[in-house]
Design a protein around this ligand. Structure first.
Ligand SMILES: *[C@@H]1O[C@H](CO)[C@@H](O)[C@H](O)[C@H]1NC(C)=O
Ligand SMILES: *[C@@H]1O[C@H](CO)[C@@H](O)[C@H](O)[C@H]1NC(C)=O
Ligand SMILES: *[C@@H]1O[C@H](CO)[C@@H](O)[C@H](O)[C@H]1NC(C)=O
Ligand SMILES: *[C@@H]1O[C@H](CO)[C@@H](O)[C@H](O)[C@H]1NC(C)=O
Ligand SMILES: *[C@@H]1O[C@H](CO)[C@@H](O)[C@H](O)[C@H]1NC(C)=O
Ligand SMILES: *[C@@H]1O[C@H](CO)[C@@H](O)[C@H](O)[C@H]1NC(C)=O
Ligand SMILES: *[C@@H]1O[C@H](CO)[C@@H](O)[C@H](O)[C@H]1NC(C)=O
Ligand SMILES: *[C@@H]1O[C@H](CO)[C@@H](O)[C@H](O)[C@H]1NC(C)=O
Ligand SMILES: *[C@@H]1O[C@H](CO)[C@@H](O)[C@H](O)[C@H]1NC(C)=O
Ligand SMILES: *[C@@H]1O[C@H](CO)[C@@H](O)[C@H](O)[C@H]1NC(C)=O
Ligand SMILES: *[C@@H]1O[C@H](CO)[C@@H](O)[C@H](O)[C@H]1NC(C)=O
Length: 735
């Protein structure tokens, strides 16, 4: 039972081995090497065409291989000789086994073995002169190889000697125990003779034989042990080159029916040893070039040593190509770029589209930005035009340029100066607009007035006003530094006056106390002077139209600065009065103007009279504390004068200074200014001169208390400057 099982197992194993062997053979020999119906093997030896074992299988009788099947495995022999073949290659070589020449001696010096073999190759065969070496082994030995090459003799030899076994070196055939030499080309008959000098008598202890052979060099390596072991070896393989015929390729191709390279994918070449020609499959093809369909395309992809692909290999006729999977690109070769991920056409397309969209979006953004900017510039320009920019510009350029000249500011400049018109910068708000405090980049502090919407029809007038005001460079007028026209509402830029308005100084109790009569008189004289200048010296004359204490600013040294020319009117030179809508501040308004709507310079005189009364009384222009008919300060003041009660209404801060005469004079002047009929009122020039006279006499009396009255009169009679304009000209007015 156990034996049965064992047998079964062995049979199974054999079957598996057989299948394995079959698959191995089938993969290796997947192309025909021999003609159909011809056996292509003899034992282990593959027999490709032109060789063959039977008639009709070989090219001609020269390529007969005798296969003796009595041996196991069967042995192949060249022609009908005893030369055994161990392999035949289609590249033009075959291996045959060749005898070793021997010469052996016994201890008593007699030869016990001698063999000098020879081999004669058929005409189409020659001993390979590079793969084979004539090798001589022994320590008392010389040997010859001789025979025929083409149609003449050759002879060459070698000597191998040694005294001591220790001198022998493995792998070296340089003469010590082993000697090698090459043979010439085109050798077809080989005779070998080996001889001893002294019948090995001196080296008998370690070497009693001499050997010589012509064999494949790679099949034999020298070692000291071969000195004795070679004795039992009979034959060694020798490489023999074979070729077709004895003519050249050109000669052979003349007769295509006898031409041996039958495969269309083959070429003919001449071997560098021997006669005839050989056939070779083209590159990328393999098989037997001597068969009509012998050369077949090599599937390089199946052999990693032939192909060089990283991922996928595709075989082509005569070659192969490396292919990268989807989503990869590159040459796909292992030693090349290989396959690189993610750069497929789709990826590139998507990238390109994404890039395109990005570019378009960016371009659109940029275009939009440019458009916005253009729009803004256009709008600014529109405002500039609407606000009369060109007109002003023209006027400004026509004038001589001077550093004090008003200039046109840009909206950006003023935005920066006022922290974008922040509420914290507001210093005043009136009927005409809002006033902001601003810091220019040159460290100047300015007041920026944001006007209310300018009527389109009044543009020219507005510009004219700005232009005229910019020309007034009077020390008692708040200087207009310039304007900004590229905003929806025009902006006016003034010098900044830091000490508040006269109104504040009169109505604040502590400030009023500090505002002495001298100061008040000076302020009155200065304001009168500047109004007189505006009425008469300015060209064309200007009517302020809104003279009031709130429009008179004071600087640190209490110099008066008249401001807010927003309501001012330029009086055309050929007209002495203008018909306008009544405008001004209630309490200061000229009653005649209110009735007739006829604006004259005398309206400003009336308003100035009210300011004088304010200075004298320190009272509010309009007060509900007073009786109905005295609610208006002007009427109240006039009624007290009528009742001779002047000193009861005067401000306590200014009386008791021994200046009663002056107070009375100024009160009388105020009374004249407040006449209902404009014609009855003095001109501003007269008012100014009177006040200036008072001021000067006051100054004079203080400086020179002992000065006599006549001298003082003469002093008053002297010329003095009342006005000075921007160009430094002065108008002299004699008393
Ligand atoms: C091969 O042998 C088979 C059968 O023995 C025969 O039919 C066929 O014709 C032969 N082919 C050639 C090319 O000789
Ligand atoms: C030939 O075949 C035998 C047995 O099958 C094996 O031992 C030997 O190594 C083979 N020789 C060659 C050269 O393949
Ligand atoms: C085969 O070899 C044997 C033994 O060497 C020999 O007797 C026989 O004649 C050979 N057969 C052929 C056909 O050569
Ligand atoms: C030659 O020497 C070997 C050992 O070196 C020996 O076995 C052999 O018998 C010797 N032959 C003769 C003929 O003496
Ligand atoms: C030399 O030795 C061999 C055997 O080793 C022997 O047959 C032969 O007769 C001997 N010859 C002489 C002359 O002694
Ligand atoms: C060497 O051997 C040969 C052949 O046996 C013989 O003729 C010769 O005399 C021997 N020489 C010596 C020196 O022994
Ligand atoms: C080679 O050996 C053969 C056979 O013994 C002989 O006929 C031939 O003359 C020898 N050739 C030479 C060059 O010795
Ligand atoms: C065999 O063929 C070759 C080349 O075709 C030719 O040179 C040679 O003479 C032929 N031999 C015989 C025996 O026909
Ligand atoms: C080739 O061989 C033929 C006969 O075998 C002979 O007539 C011819 O001269 C040879 N040609 C050469 C180039 O050896
Ligand atoms: C070509 O070769 C064939 C076969 O070898 C032969 O029968 C024929 O005569 C040759 N033709 C010429 C022109 O040599
Ligand atoms: C001699 O043999 C070597 C190795 O097999 C081979 O490369 C070379 O081509 C052969 N020489 C000729 C002339 O065929």
């Amino acid at each position: 039972m156990g034996l049965h099982l064992l047998l079964l197992q062995v049979q199974l194993l054999q079957a598996i081995l057989l299948i394995f062997a079959l698959t191995l053979v089938s993969t290796q020999a997947n192309f025909p090497v021999a003609n159909p119906n011809c056996t292509d093997r003899c034992g282990n030896v593959s027999i490709p065409f032109p060789f063959g074992t039977i008639e009709g299988c070989y090219l001609n009788s020269s390529f007969l291989v005798t296969c003796n099947e009595t041996y196991n495995p069967p042995k192949a022999f060249l022609l009908r000789t005893t030369i055994e073949i161990t392999s035949i290659s289609m590249e033009g070589q075959l291996r045959v086994l060749q005898f070793i020449a021997k010469d052996c001696y016994s201890r008593n010096g007699t030869r016990v073995l001698y063999h000098d073999p020879w081999i004669e190759l058929p005409i189409y065969l020659t001993a390979n002169n590079t793969a084979n070496k004539f090798t001589v082994i022994g320590c008392d030995t010389y040997a010859f190889v001789h025979g025929r090459r083409m149609n003449r003799n050759y002879q060459t030899g070698c000597t191998a000697m040694c005294d001591n076994k220790d001198d022998l070196a493995s792998g070296s055939c340089s003469g010590l125990g082993c000697c090698q030499t090459t043979i010439p080309k085109e050798v077809w008959r080989v005779n070998m003779t080996v001889k001893s000098y002294d019948n090995h008598t001196n080296v008998m202890e370690f070497n009693n034989c001499s050997y010589a052979f012509l064999a494949e060099e790679s099949e034999f390596t020298f070692s000291p042990s071969v000195l004795s072991s070679l004795r039992n070896v009979e034959k060694l393989p020798m490489v023999v080159d074979w070729a077709i015929g004895n003519g050249t390729c050109e000669e052979a191709q003349k007769n295509m029916s006898s031409y041996a390279c039958k495969s269309p994918n083959s070429k003919c070449y001449k071997p560098d040893n021997g006669y005839g020609y050989r056939c070779l499959c083209w590159e990328g093809y393999q098989g037997n070039p001597y068969l009509p369909n012998g050369c077949q395309d090599i599937d390089e992809c199946k052999d990693p040593s032939l192909s060089n692909c990283e991922k996928r290999c595709e075989n082509t006729v005569g070659s192969y190509q490396c292919v990268c999977p989807k989503g990869y690109h590159g040459d796909g070769k292992k030693d090349g770029k290989g396959c690189i991920r993610g750069q497929s056409l789709v990826f590139k397309l998507v990238t390109a589209i994404a890039l395109g969209i990005t570019v378009i979006v960016l371009a659109a953004c940029w275009f939009h930005f440019i458009l916005q900017k253009k729009k803004l510039i256009k709008m600014k320009h529109k405002f500039f035009l609407q606000n009369g920019g060109p007109l002003l510009k023209e006027k400004l350029t026509r004038r001589d340029t001077s550093p004090d000249m008003a200039r046109i500011f840009t909206s950006a400049e003023l935005k920066k100066a006022t922290n974008n018109f922040h509420d914290s910068r507001i210093i005043g708000q009136g009927g005409f607009g809002t006033v902001y405090k601003g810091f220019l980049s040159d460290n100047r502090i300015v007041a920026i007035k944001k006007s209310k919407q300018v009527d389109k029809n009044q543009v020219e007038q507005f510009i004219n006003e700005v232009f005229v005001l910019s020309q007034i460079n009077h020390r008692n007028v708040v200087r207009l530094l310039g304007c900004c026209l590229d905003t929806q509402v025009p902006l006016l830029v003034y010098e900044f006056i830091n000490n508040g308005t006269l109104f504040e100084h009169i109505n604040n109790k502590t400030k009023a106390r500090a505002l002495s009569w001298d100061k008040r008189l000076t302020v009155a004289a200065e304001v009168a002077g500047v109004l007189a200048y505006l009425h008469s010296a300015a060209s064309p004359p200007i009517i302020h139209r809104d003279v009031k204490s709130a429009n008179i600013l004071l600087d640190a040294s209490f110099t008066a600065k008249v401001s807010d020319f927003g309501a001012s009117r330029l009086v055309p030179l050929d007209q002495s009065q203008l018909s306008t809508v009544v405008q001004g501040t209630f309490g200061y308004l000229d009653p005649e103007y209110m009735q007739t709507n006829q604006l004259t310079e005398k309206s400003d005189v009336y308003s100035f009279g009210v300011v004088l009364v304010e200075l004298l009384t320190g009272k509010n222009v309009l007060s509900s504390d007073r009786p109905q008919e005295e609610r208006n300060l002007a009427s109240y003041f006039l009624s007290t004068l009528k009742q001779n009660q002047l000193f009861q209404v005067l401000d306590d801060n200014i009386v008791c200074e021994g200046n009663n005469e002056e107070l009375i004079s100024v009160s009388m002047l105020a009374k004249r200014c407040l006449y209902v009929r404009g014609e009855d009122r003095p001109s501003m020039k007269e008012v100014a001169m009177e006040l200036e006279g008072l001021r000067l006499s006051q100054k004079h009396s203080k400086m020179q208390t002992e000065l006599d009255a006549p001298e003082m009169e003469s002093l008053l009679g002297e010329k003095f400057n009342v006005f000075s304009n921007g160009e430094g000209n002065s108008t002299s007015i004699g008393l």
